[in-house]
Structure formats: structure tokens, C-alpha cells
Design a protein around this ligand. Sequence first.
Ligand SMILES: Nc1ncnc2c1ncn2[C@@H]1O[C@H](COP(=O)(O)OP(=O)(O)O)[C@@H](O)[C@H]1O
Ligand SMILES: [Mg+2]
Length: 261
Amino acid sequence: MFRNGSRRDHDTGPAPEALRLVKVSKSYGIADSAVTALDGVTLGLARGTFTAVMGPSGSGKSTLLQCAAGLDRPDSGIVRVDGTELTGGSEAELTKFRRGRIGFVFQQYNLLETLTVAQNTVLPLKLAGKRVDRRRAREILTAVGLGDRLRHRPDQLSGGQRQRVAIARALVTEPRVIFADEPTGALDTRSAREVLTLLQQSVRVHGRTVVMVTHDPVAASYADSVLFLADGRLAGRMDAPTADAVAERLAHLGDDMTAGV
Ligand SMILES: Nc1ncnc2c1ncn2[C@@H]1O[C@H](COP(=O)(O)OP(=O)(O)O)[C@@H](O)[C@H]1O
Ligand SMILES: [Mg+2]
């Protein structure tokens, strides 16, 4: 069943968390060749926070994001976004919820090359069957600094500009939670800074919740806190991260798997 827990949460006090994972596990493959990507991850993120997820390659960061965003299903455990349980619902319910409430930004932008910047931006509204407001596209693209590129095609843009279109697309439905998987991984330093500032603003100004996978300590320092993953498990947390402190912790990740949890 697809349960909306917000009413119950209202009765008991505070607004629901933006994200709650309870003992989420996910393996790929079968029998001898099975790989445990997530191994019983439990975490909660408050609304209006910016969290970075870090850890070695293969530690389960992307799997965590995909499961949390409802793009993939865990083998076991519970995922709740903004008070609504994603796990257990039908595919159609999940898709509807995801389109309305969740934004996703990928490393490789995932723009449709045949559509204009404006068309790419409003695509989630079209898919959700909502009215497509041209003014809204212009407004949101202006906010990401691309108000003069509405009719351009993605191949006429730089990497940084493409990623800003992807962010506009993620924001257009006014989602509660935005998941970003290495959004600055393919960008130069300056474009990365612009993208990170946009994500930060969506939290600070608009009260959204952002969860961002990154391998870059400087990118992580834009977040309010960092969660460290190792071998599919939470291996620590750091609040008010600085790039130096994050780099230092990453270097010692695995020395003590429970440090700082
Ligand atoms: N579609 C898949 N099929 C098989 N194995 C996968 C798949 N996706 C991820 N994995 C494996 O799961 C583990 C975690 O992967 P991933 O979540 O992509 O880690 P990260 O993003 O931290 O690099 C790795 O061992 C990876 O090889
Ligand atoms: Mg990954």
C-alpha cells in the first residue's frame, strides 16, 4: 500500500522529515555473484537541509540516491519522502509521486537534445499532466541565469549551462526534495560553483531539501552536513563541513567504521 503518513505525523507534532530511510538494503545479481550495494541503511533528514553523501567508488552512494528518490526499489526496508512511504506502492503511484514531489539532477545532465532549453525545463510538468506555463519556464530559467537561452538547444550550451537547465527542470515542479548525483562531476570549477550555489539557494531561500552525492570535498562544503558511506553502510556524519575536514575524514574512512555516527 502507498501510505501517506502526513496526517498521523501532524497529530503527533512536528512536520514529517524530508527523508527517512529505515534499514534499507539492496543487492544486485544473484547467489554467488550477488553484490550488496546497501546494507541496512537507516537515516533521517530534516526539511530545509542540504546534505552531501560521500564515500569511495562502489560504496553505494548512487544506489542510496536511486532508492531514496524512488527511481529504484530496495530489497527491504522503508523509504519515506516528505511523510509519504514510497516502498510498497504500485509503480504508477510511485511515478506520480516522484513526478510531483521529487527533483533529480544527474551528472550527465540527461537533457533531450531535440528539445529547446524551455521545452526541456517544462518537461516534468508535461509528464505530470500539469498546465505548462511559458512564463514559469522563463522565470525559472532567468533564476538560473539562462533567461536569454530559452530557444537554444542543449548542444549550443556549455556543460555548466546544461546543468543549470537540468536544475531548472528539477525545480519546475517545486519539489520538496531534490536529489543530485555528482551534479558537478563533469564541470569546471567556476560552473561547479554556480551549480552548487543554485542548489544551496533552493534550500536557504525556498526551504527545499537537497541530497547530493559528490566526491569533491569543496562541493561537500556547500552542504549543511555530510553523510559518509563505506561498503553500503553509514560510516559517519559531519555537520558544518569544511573542505579540509571532509578531505581528512575521507582519507581515514574505514579506519573506524562507527566514527562520528
Ligand atoms: N545495476 C547494477 N548491477 C550490478 N551491480 C551494480 C549495479 N549498480 C551498482 N552496482 C554495484 O553496487 C555497488 C554500489 O554501487 P553504486 O551505488 O553505484 O556506488 P557509488 O555510487 O558509491 O560508486 C557497487 O559494487 C556496484 O558495482
Ligand atoms: Mg555513483
